[in-house]
Design a protein around this ligand. Structure first.
Ligand SMILES: [Mg+2]
Length: 338
């Protein structure tokens, strides 16, 4: 099963893991980085998986025990999901799309949600009170990509809401006021020079994104995007960085946390889970935890998705990690398993 957590040694041995595995040949070696502090109140099963990504040399003993520990990990995840599974009618399942439901590809326009994942997400939507995809893409694009009409889409990092059954998305009024200025910036940025560096411009309505993934010279393309970021800030726009992407946004609060909080405000749920792979998903993690602290939610579960070039913050701040988009699909299957 492609699910990992902090307790699962993923073919790499860290100091924390060697402590967890008595007899590990890496136990007495030096040079490991120290593990991040773990909040005392957090159950061991849900500790951040930061150690798992601090790769040192491969550890054969850890690998040999992987099967046993994966089974343990799976059981622990089962426990983590228990509040949602026991009350699906009072639970929300919220997911990022790119890198979470769909594998990351060089050209974001070619990203697809694999059919097995789409199928199990449809089953989740039938059983749970609220299922929503929360994306940096336009809400309509997100719906076209996931292609499930019975769930809600929060687009443009929270600025757009497209509920099941709606024909058009609704844009946050404060964001709408800036839409023309963002559009003017996008047109000015679209120069021959930028196209030559193969930076791809994505029009996200109230947000414009500049991708350099897959450019022939990614360093040069990143340099061009750095210059654009400075111009965006000079124009009064806010700059946000993601995985090989820079976004220029209106200077009003737009983030997945605000989008998630607005959505849950009108929902009758007591438990919610958010699954994401990138720094923009951390706002959603924070929003869920804030709702739990204010007792609006009884249970909040933040699931990180590990990936090759994923940000360390996701590992550090997630309650639990799953391994890539396959791990997310397995997680969804656990949600609907009898
Ligand atoms: Mg993502």
């Amino acid at each position: 099963m492609a699910i990992v957590s902090a307790r699962s040694p993923i073919a790499a041995c860290t100091r924390a893991q060697s402590r967890a595995l008595p007899g590990c040949p890496c136990r007495s070696t030096t040079g490991h980085r120290p593990p991040a502090p773990v909040p005392a109140a957090m159950p061991p099963a849900l500790r951040p998986a930061s150690d798992a990504l601090r790769a040192a040399s491969p550890c054969p003993l850890a690998a040999s025990r992987r099967g046993i520990l994966d089974a343990v990990t799976s059981a622990l995840l089962h426990d983590a999901l228990a509040p949602l599974r026991s009350s699906p009618a009072a639970s929300a399942v919220l997911l990022d799309i790119d890198g979470t439901l769909s594998p990351i590809v060089k050209n974001a326009a070619e990203a697809r949600v694999p059919e097995p994942t789409r199928k199990v997400l449809t089953e989740v939507a039938k059983r749970y009170s609220l299922v929503a995809c929360v994306s940096g893409r336009r809400a309509a694009d997100a719906r076209a990509m996931v292609s499930i009409g019975s769930i809600t889409y929060i687009g443009s990092h929270g600025a757009e809401l497209l509920k099941a059954g709606w024909t058009e998305s609704v844009l946050d009024p404060a964001v709408r006021e800036w839409a023309d200025r963002v559009d003017a910036f996008r047109r000015q940025a679209d120069t021959t020079e930028l196209r030559r560096s193969r930076v791809r411009i994505e029009d996200k309505g109230p947000i414009v994104a500049f991708h350099w993934r897959g450019a022939p010279d990614e360093d040069a393309a990143r340099g061009a995007v750095d210059a654009l970021a400075a111009r965006a800030e000079a124009a009064g726009l806010e700059v946000h960085w993601g995985r090989k992407v820079m976004e220029a946004r209106p200077p009003v609060r737009i983030d997945k946390g605000a989008g998630v909080a607005n959505l849950l405000r009108d929902a009758s749920v007591t438990a919610a889970m958010f699954v994401g792979d990138d720094v923009t998903d951390l706002d959603a993690f924070a929003a869920l935890r804030g709702l739990r602290e204010r007792k609006t939610l009884e249970h909040a579960l933040c699931v990180g998705v590990s990936s090759e070039d994923g940000p360390r913050e996701i590992v550090e701040q997630a309650d639990v990690m799953v391994d890539g988009t396959d791990g997310v699909r397995d997680l969804l299957r656990m949600l609907v398993a009898d």
